[in-house]
Design a protein around this ligand. Structure first.
Ligand code: HEM
Length: 121
């Protein structure tokens, strides 16, 4: 299982060099994703735009599964026995949906793509 010491080198140019701040941000990100569940009608659009911004931060598709594994590992460490197989499957599914929308947005939402688009596509 990767941990945050592997996530950060994987995306070394994305984050600054303050490990505590990075770890805090990682968990804030997950909280932001969960918070979006309160707005299902906006979820896909918000996630695609979030994915486009991540592309600008230097985040690439290959980074998503690494962060997803760290998330599951962290929940397992914190929740212990309460992190049941069902809960783990639900979190993995949730993360997969979020990551899929974000990576789609990284393609669709490349900066200025809307402005550059014409009627001819
Ligand atoms: C479930 C997946 C993820 C969610 C919900 C998420 C969410 C967020 C949010 C809400 C921000 C704040 C800035 C903004 O809104 O644009 C952010 C920033 C950032 N995220 Fe993520 N993120 C996710 C995955 C990742 C992954 C896979 C990486 C790569 C390691 C990553 C790297 C970053 C970086 C580098 C920043 C900018 C930090 C800074 O301000 O310096 N994120 N993320």
């Amino acid at each position: 299982m990767p941990d945050s010491s592997q996530v950060i080198p994987a995306c070394a140019d994305c984050f600054g060099d303050d490990i505590d701040a990075q770890s805090f941000r990682l968990m804030s990100m997950i909280g932001a994703g969960v918070g979006l569940l309160d707005h299902p009608e906006r979820l896909d659009d918000v996630l695609r735009k979030l994915g486009a911004r991540h592309h600008q931060y230097g985040v690439r598709e290959a980074h998503y599964p690494i962060v997803g594994e760290v998330l599951l590992e962290t929940l397992d460490e914190v929740l212990g026995h309460d992190f049941t197989a069902d809960a783990k499957a639900a979190w993995a599914g949730f993360y997969g949906v979020v990551a899929a929308s974000m990576t789609a947005g990284a393609v669709d939402g490349v900066p200025h793509v809307d402005a550059a688009r014409t009627d001819h596509g």
